[in-house]
Design a protein around this ligand. Structure first.
Ligand code: TTP
Ligand code: CA
Length: 360
């Protein structure tokens, strides 16, 4: 099963600002250079009717939507992440195995709990849609199929609020009429090349021989297109483990035991680790520095923070403190490489969610 939330960022904004319902809604990434510079992140389906979609410059979107009563929001990523996190928890409960693949999409393996019965999978999909709507007022589109590839194509078939089931015996007829661009990974470039080969639909793609596909697209993409055109895919739904630590290590310009010579690199590494932490919407409760000496021995010194954080200042400051303490504790140490490690990680959002407490 592939679940994709509909016009996700814009739907989050509609829920937060109920007054905008019934109007075109556009979520923007402002670059800050001039008032309107930047691009559209996404838009609701009403705005899409005016031709406004992801990637369009904001100034053009404003022109398209002139006097339509459209509302423009700056991107509020923390809000979308919180909503996403709660929805992912709902989805996870309905799966034998669960794989989140983006802020608004996930694959669910449901073969075991349905004993391979598609009708039971359809019931689960109905339940999921209902539950997400009741608890989060968000609609989604779901595809059910014998594998991830076809499920993903199916979830895109009836948007928004769609449910499309493709049973094994239907895969061939379902795919054949669709444009080849519906295959995940077929972007503008591949589509153009295919068009030059007179290939528009997936059925037409399936008539191209493997040697020609490989010659045109290379071994990997060519092989993938050959199998995709036949609806073949055997990738399992993979549970993604949350990382337990994030570290960044680099070599100093020259060996030293002078903290001032290490500071620029140390700060850079601490900032990089913090950026990764933020990218994963996580906090850490421990910070450590790593020192690899000129004799290649490895030393670490760590500290547990009073509270979980993803704050650069705290992490950089702690790393500096630790390195200073390390150098004092080892008066003969000559350092060659240094590193910063953050650990005891937890999710920034969802901590108020009771099920995430229970799982710990
Ligand atoms: P999508 O699932 O591609 O789009 P969507 O959820 O807005 O609309 P749809 O109903 O067609 O699924 O992307 C998910 C979110 O990712 C989207 O809400 C905003 C963000 N996004 C961008 O910021 N820039 C982009 O170019 C795209 C495609 C998405
Ligand atoms: Ca989506």
């Amino acid at each position: 099963m592939h679940v994709d939330l509909d016009y996700f960022y814009a739907q989050c904004e509609e829920n937060k600002n109920p007054d905008v319902r019934g109007k075109p809604v556009v979520v923007c990434v402002y670059s800050g250079r001039t008032e309107d510079s930047g691009v559209v992140s996404t838009s609701n389906y009403l705005a899409r009717k005016y031709g406004v979609k992801a990637g369009l410059p904001i100034a053009r979107a404003k022109k398209f939507l002139e006097s339509s009563g459209a509302i423009f929001f700056p991107m509020n990523r923390p809000l979308y992440e919180q909503v996403s996190e709660r929805i992912m928890e709902i989805l996870r409960e309905h799966a034998d195995a669960f794989e989140k693949v983006g802020i608004d999409e996930a694959y669910l393996e449901v073969s075991t709990r349905t004993n391979f019965k598609f009708d039971l999978a359809e019931n689960i999909a109905d339940e999921i849609k209902q539950q997400i709507l009741t608890e989060e007022q968000i609609t989604c589109s779901i595809g059910i199929a014998p594998n991830k590839l076809v499920a993903k194509i199916a979830s895109d078939e009836r948007k928004p609020d769609g449910l499309t089931m493709v049973k094994p015996e239907e895969v061939h007829s379902f795919l054949s009429e669709l444009p080849a661009s519906r295959i995940p990974g077929v972007g503008k470039k591949v589509e153009d090349k295919l068009r030059q080969m007179q290939v528009r639909t997936i059925a037409e793609l399936s008539t191209i021989s493997p040697p020609i596909l490989v010659e045109t697209f290379g071994k990997n993409l060519g092989g993938y297109l050959f199998r995709a055109a036949r609806g073949e895919d055997d990738e399992p739904v993979k549970e993604r483990e949350q990382p337990t630590q994030i570290s960044r290590i680099a070599t100093l310009k020259r060996n030293t035991r002078d903290l001032s010579e290490m500071l620029a690199l140390l700060n850079e590494l601490a900032n990089a680790a913090t950026a990764k932490l933020k990218e994963r919407s996580m906090t850490c409760k421990s910070v450590a520095v790593i020192a690899i000496l000129n004799d290649l021995s490895i030393h670490t010194k760590s500290k547990t923070l009073e509270q979980p954080t993803a704050d650069e200042k705290t992490i950089v400051g702690t790393a500096q403190e630790l390195m200073e303490e390390f150098l004092e504790s080892m008066p003969s140490a000559i350092v060659r490489r240094i590193g910063v490690k953050v650990s005891t990680l937890s999710k920034l959002t969802g901590q108020t969610n009771i099920s995430s407490f229970l799982r710990v």
